[in-house]
Ligand binder design. Sequence first.
Ligand code: C5P
Length: 401
Amino acid sequence: MQRLTNRQIILGITGGIAAYKSAELTRLLKGAGADVRVVMTPAATEFITPLTLQALSGHAVHQHLLDPEAEAGMGHIELAKWADLILIAPASADFIARLAGGQGDDLLSTLCLATDAPICLAPAMNQAMWRNRHTQDNIAQLRAGNIGIFGPGSGAQACGDTGPGRMLEPVELAQLTAEQFDTGALAGKTVFITAGPTREALDPVRYISNHSSGKMGYALAQAAVDAGARVKLISGPVNLAAPARMDVVQVQSANDMLAAAMDGIASCDIFIAAAAVADYRPTAVSEHKIKKGSEEVMELHLVKNPDIVASVAALPGKPFTVGFAAETRDLLNYARSKLERKQLDLIVANDVSQPGIGFNSDENAVTLVSRDEARPLPQTSKRQLASQLIRQIAELYNRAQ
Ligand code: C5P
């Protein structure tokens, strides 16, 4: 079920007595880490209330195609694009017929027409309706169109009949849904990533900082999410949009970043420190703006900031800890001594003296340095490099377990 972490699933509910089981199904999908948005047909709301599904999914239930309020939030095309998978459970005989006919006469059928995501159905109906030639033709046509058909099961039916047409149990449906996705290299793992610069205040209007863009840390966070991890991105001030599917904590100073890193650290499996943390901060922050005086030279008194990655690496039961080393010379030696000094499991070393890579650029080239080896990863876009890094980190993490 770890395959469901971060997956965005539309659960379509159509009219049938089995709709009461969709509440449990929502709970199971959510519990396995999926983000679930429920779409109900008008008939479905006769069997179970949208309020129940709203409470369980944590989102307002989508019901109408032409609802200006809902369209202003997440319109139907946006919703169709949002989905990684559409699961319709229960799928009534009528809905199956409309889907096979390519109709778009309500929100759910329109979403099915508009999406590129896989669609799966859990049929639920009376045994005679299931065996009916039209239903069987529709199912055969949908199967041929690569639509997944989960079940139905066979047994006692709500109407008193016995036979095929029962919706599969929610546990079985959640399992079959999970099997539609690949297992990511970090499925079910929790990863904390620091990114961007920190700002160390001098007074209410001035600060000490650096040119870090945060691009590498953000790309790593995205790659970790794509690999199935639960991600907390702890970000200093950057000009990048907050990415989806992860918990983003915005911070300013190194002390704030340390507090955010330590919050919930016991649940963290892998800690990646990609932030360019200011080494020092002003000894005191002036309450008011510092005025220009007559003196030609001004002295600033600075005090050392906590080392965030070293603090994490010093914890008992520490996560697999990965640091970065940006150097202008003697890259591997400095990286190795940093690995030792900070007690890290891995260092991503990059030579920032080379033009076109590192700070503020879109490309990077690095060497992965662990206790036993140094693996170079050649120059490529930060996005490409991030997925290669996450793959390597996952491999080394698994080896260390
Ligand atoms: O010691 P140096 O700053 O070169 O080490 C860089 C590595 O240590 C990076 O991974 C950086 O995110 C981390 N670091 C930190 N807290 C600091 C300084 C650096 O986490 N105060």
